[in-house]
Design a protein around this ligand. Structure first.
Ligand code: SAT
Ligand code: MN
Length: 606
């Protein structure tokens, strides 16, 4: 790779920081990434030689690779994630906080010599189109070639970013090490990391701003442009500068008459954002186009509407459950040039996962590298196994997905996984009620973070793990929007739940492409003509409001999906009261008022 690694800068701040980190981490060499295809190919070859990557068959999955992580390093580590603002108060009641200087002292000790025997890669990257007013430049220093390859798919990376930075441009320093220095002659392993969870640190310093990540090579822990920069750090910048950094997909829905609406939707990790973002509508004549599946940066445009932009360039999607049935466009996106992590390797040089919609191979190699057969009784792929694929490969990518200005939003959806109580769709009475719905969102936990799955937790705006400052101030920031623009121009707010189950444990709603029926109603409401009934919890579609043509739902399901379960809602309110109490006494008056009004409406509905 001698002719590679020659990306050059004259930016003195960047040169000085890289030199300082080289002295701290003492790598064997330094490699400046230019983001080229040749560089990507060379790094992939290097990882194949090292055993980190398995090249998939050129007939089956051209340009694609499989990686298997260490079993301790399979998901985000929320209890090892810190927001080190000046005061604990600024980090708020929902974040882990540590005093910034103390944390830096601890981190400096950990990073000392941490890259010994490894190459230190310097990754210039941008979140957002380079010409966008919101574009942010980061420099990730990492000792993981896996991170470099993933960052090239997920961000705009390399020489173009160095050029944008120029002589005096500023950047967000993002330091990452897998935390596994190599002694002289010590052989490497295929997935180096710091296996003890107590040695993993995902740390944000919003005042710098800077990011330090140690000990993990997986997903949001290590691809620092994503959750760390584009959500936690960006949310603090957004608050200061008057915009929003959100855990939201962006899609465009076009009616048979050609009317196009852009919709953003916030659901927690592994709750179907990727599936909704590129959905194949079952309603004839309707089309969905995808602009992003995970993050939206939103600002007030010159015309007073909210404009959303996807700062990423790839999808880091959950593999298990992705199939031709659940998400045909994702299946097409990942046909080539994709990195798969923690899925089954098949004997014919391809990959497989649970609920892929095709028969399991008679035998294969599971995510832990062991011989595996469907009869083994264990899962072949990890529940948080992922694909990393270029957004440009999505067959339904929207032509405006890289528009520097973003796209104007007609509606915002919140949602989560809820087996009971929460109706299929519920429209907020107004903006403040919408913020209340977002603030009180609950969802059953998933494998996207280490910890027990299936436990109901409050996850305001699906931002609980991603808000870089005090959650109460975050909610206040959302409430400030009507003061920044004409209220009538704000998107309408809805709460959706595809995950309701009957008492005997069956799904009440088929989901996936059938969700187009709900999106159609959302557009009708935006245009002022969808039919709805006013209920204690919000506007719910009247019995005949959803277009059910061609869908044979078991009798009674729709009634249950669109009814208000008063008993369930009273319990829900109790839980929200308890959560609000945890958030503290400083909660905006508007939210406590919305909660009290909901209580009253439920009481008088009995
Ligand atoms: O944070 S990740 O990018 O690993 C995935 C997620 O939790 O959304
Ligand atoms: Mn996410």
């Amino acid at each position: 790779m001698s002719e590679l690694g020659k990306c050059t800068t004259t930016n003195p701040a960047l040169l000085a920081w890289v030199e300082e980190m080289r002295q701290l981490c003492t790598p064997a060499s330094v490699f400046w990434c230019d983001g080229s295809q040749a560089e990507y190919d060379a790094l992939c070859n290097l990882m194949v030689e090292a055993g980190t990557f398995t090249r998939l068959s050129d007939d089956k999955r051209p340009g694609s690779f499989l990686a298997r992580s260490h079993p301790s390093d399979v998901a985000r580590v929320e209890d090892r994630t810190f927001i080190c603002s000046r005061t604990k108060e600024e980090a708020g009641p929902t974040n882990n906080w540590a005093e910034p200087e103390e944390m830096k002292t601890r981190l400096r000790a950990m990073f000392t010599g941490s890259m010994a025997g490894r190459t230190m890669y310097v990754i210039p990257f941008a979140m957002g189109p380079l010409e966008s007013p919101l574009c942010k430049v980061g420099i990730e220093i990492t000792d993981s070639p896996y991170v470099v390859a993933n960052m090239r798919i997920m961000t705009r990376m390399g020489q173009s970013v160095i050029d944008k930075l120029g002589e005096n441009g500023t950047f967000i320093p993002c330091l990452h090490s897998v935390g596994a220095p190599l002694n002289d002659g010590q052989p490497d392993v295929s997935w180096p990391c710091a296996p003890d969870p107590a040695n993993k640190y995902i740390v944000h310093f919003p005042e710098d701003p800077s990011i330090w990540s140690y000990g993990s090579g997986y997903g949001g822990n290590a691809l620092l442009g994503k959750k760390c920069l584009a959500l936690r750090i960006a949310s603090t910048m957004a608050r200061r500068e008057g915009w929003l950094a959100e855990h939201m997909l962006i899609l465009a829905l076009t009616s048979p008459e050609g009317k196009k609406h852009y919709i953003a939707a916030a659901f927690p990790s592994a709750c179907g954002k990727t599936n909704l973002a590129m959905m194949q509508p079952t309603l004839p004549g309707w089309t969905v186009r995808c602009l992003g599946d995970d993050i939206a940066w939103i600002r007030v445009g010159e015309d007073g509407r909210l404009y959303a932009m996807n700062p990423e360039t790839g999808f880091f999607g959950v593999a298990p459950g992705t199939s031709r049935q659940s998400n045909p466009n994702a299946m097409a996106t990942i046909e080539s040039n994709t990195i798969f992590t923690n899925v089954v390797q098949t004997p014919d040089g391809d990959i497989w996962w649970e609920d892929m919609g095709v028969p399991a191979p008679a035998r294969g190699i599971d995510w832990q590298g062991n011989e595996w057969q469907p009869e083994s009784g264990t899962k072949g792929s990890h529940p948080n196994a992922r694909f990393t694929a270029p957004a440009a490969q999505c067959p339904v990518i929207d032509p405006d997905w890289e528009s520097p200005a973003g796209v104007p939003l007609s509606a915002i959806l919140f949602g989560g996984r809820r087996q009971t109580t929460i109706p299929l769709v519920n429209e907020a009475f107004n903006w403040e009620h919408g913020v209340f719905l977002g603030s009180s969102a609950g969802s059953e936990t998933t494998a996207a973070a280490l910890g027990k799955a299936g436990v109901l937790r409050r996850d305001p705006f699906a931002m609980l793990p991603f808000c870089g400052y005090n959650m109460v101030d975050y909610l206040r920031h959302w409430l400030s929007l009507p003061g920044k623009t004409d209220r009538a121009k704000l998107p309408k707010v809805f709460f959706v739940n595809w995950f309701r189950k009957s008492d005997d444990g069956k799904w009440l709603w088929p989901g996936y492409g059938e969700n187009s029926r709900v999106l159609k109603w959302v557009c009708e409401r935006v245009e002022g003509n969808g039919k709805a009934v006013e209920t204690p919890v919000g506007f719910i579609p009247s019995a005949d409001a959803l277009d059910m043509a061609g869908l044979d739902l078991p009798a009674g399901n729709l009634d249950e999906l669109l009814s208000v379960d008063l008993e369930g809602w009273r319990k829900e309110v109790e839980d929200i009261v308890a959560y609000y109490t945890k958030l503290g006494s400083d909660l905006p008056e508007s939210l406590t008022a919305s909660l009290a009004q909901l209580q009253q409406r439920l009481a008088s509905a009995s």
